[in-house]
Design a protein around this ligand. Structure first.
Ligand code: RM4
Ligand code: MN
Ligand code: MN
Length: 432
């Protein structure tokens, strides 16, 4: 058993910050009361928020060009779960883990499940990987997987997904997420309609094997690794496929998988309305699939997405049950700090969106008052809800200041001693 962050260490850290937090929380509470908002209700919501952490996010990521391994990187899935537990202890909203197969294929699933359970962790989504070749693999995915022209390659890719489903069943996972790199680099390379037919046909076989308790999430992406066309390129195609497949097939939105300036919050609203929103891979980006920390580039967009989600929640839209996951992995930060930061930013956007005066917004919309409608949103977005987030963490046993406490714990240095460097398991190749 290696070094672990103890609850008493977090409590000691919090003691230093508590007096100020109480002061800030109280004054925010008074300001919100003037607007008819009860601060305690928001704190309860912040405490109830959940987002899953990706196993691939705790390794140092890379770009297409290079990978710079960090000290104390987890060397196997058990060590990855240790890092996920550390994140959970500090922020208290991340009990779910999203696993990537084969990067995290456990030899003994029951052992991994028990290991997770003992740490308060659960398996959220399984993720298949047919976007790169694995050592010893019989057929190559160089020209596609589920939509490949060769039925043999398609079969191999389907079987891999079936293996993920079986594993997911054993681990108690709630969903299976399929993202493929299939597409073309040059005009004419791929027959658009036939490729989509083949993809759908493969997915039908996967869907047929879906364990009863699991849902199937399909993830679109407009480009990369294919640069000219992808098979599941946008939300409309994703919606069509999800509808063709059946009730438990849903469309997942990865924020980094759209063209620049696309109105993602509107896509979210459409999928909610059509009953097909699976959930999210949260991250942020400036140019493409940058996989930066959530809210680091476009916090207002993140808020507007949560505005749609909270609106659907408050209206109790039938079948609305989105699954939140982080999907990020980049090069320059300590991944534990980045994942904690993203989790906190999501709770922030959720609480801010919960602050929107929906009755007022609706009235402004009815009167076509664009100015006051925007003001209503901005009033919520510009409210510093930091004390609510800190109070929620504190009450749940987490850290008032997660990154500061993490650094003070010396966790990374201790892990660097315990986990002598290998080449690093990371995320695998650098295309993601
Ligand atoms: C892809 C996509 C998938 C993720 C891989 C690692 O771009 O976002 O969800 O599993 O990267
Ligand atoms: Mn993703
Ligand atoms: Mn991605």
């Amino acid at each position: 058993m290696g070094f672990q962050l103890s609850d008493s260490f977090i409590a000691d850290e919090n003691r230093r910050l508590l007096a100020w937090l109480l002061e800030d929380y109280e004054s925010l509470g008074r300001r919100l009361a003037r607007r008819g908002v009860e601060v305690e209700r928001l704190t309860e919501r912040a405490m109830a928020f959940r987002v899953a952490v990706p196993s691939w996010g705790v390794g140092t990521g890379g770009t297409r060009f290079a990978r710079f391994p960090g000290p104390g990187e987890p060397r196997d899935v058990f060590e990855k779960l240790e890092d996920c537990e550390t994140i959970l202890k500090l922020v208290r909203v991340t009990p779910g883990i999203s696993l990537h197969i084969p990067w995290d294929r456990p030899e003994r699933p029951a052992e991994l499940k028990a290991f997770a359970q003992a740490r308060g962790l659960v398996f959220d989504s399984m993720n298949s990987n047919t976007f790169q070749d694995q050592p010893g693999q019989r057929l190559s995915y160089k020209f596609g997987s589920l939509s490949h022209t060769d039925a043999g390659v398609r079969r191999q890719a389907i079987e891999h997904n079936l293996e993920c489903l079986e594993l997911g069943g054993k681990l108690g996972a709630r969903s299976h997420t399929v993202w493929i790199g299939d597409g073309g680099n040059f005009p004419g390379q791929v027959h658009f309609r036939r490729a989509l037919d083949r993809y759908l046909d493969s997915l039908r076989r996967i869907y047929a094997a879906l364990p009863e308790k699991m849902r199937l999430f399909i993830e679109h992406k407009l480009y990369e690794p294919a640069f000219y066309s992808t098979v599941l390129n946008d939300w409309g195609t994703s919606y069509y496929c999800a509808r063709e497949l059946g009730e438990r097939a849903l469309s997942l939105v990865d924020l980094g998988h759209h063209a620049p300036n696309v109105n993602i919050e509107m896509i979210v609203a459409r999928l909610v309305q059509l009953g097909k929103l699976a959930g999210f891979h949260f991250n942020d980006s400036k140019y493409g699939d940058d996989d930066l920390d959530a809210g680091s580039i476009r916090p207002f967009q993140l808020f507007l997405i949560f505005n749609e989600l909270v609106d659907a929640e408050k209206e109790a839209v039938a079948g609305f049950e989105p699954s939140y996951m982080l999907d990020q992995s980049h090069n320059v930060t300590d991944p534990i700090e980045s994942l904690m930061t993203s989790a906190v930013e999501l709770v922030r956007a959720y609480v801010q969106a919960s602050l929107v005066d929906r009755a007022a917004l609706e009235a402004h919309q009815e009167r076509n008052d664009a100015t006051l409608a925007l003001h209503t949103l901005k009033q919520a977005f510009t409210t510093d809800v930091g004390p609510i987030l800190a109070m929620a963490r504190y009450r749940a046993g987490g850290a008032i200041d997660p990154v500061a406490s993490y650094r003070a714990s010396g966790y990374r240095a201790r892990k660097a001693e315990e986990r002598p460097s290998t080449m690093g398991v990371g995320t695998g190749a650098g295309i993601v």
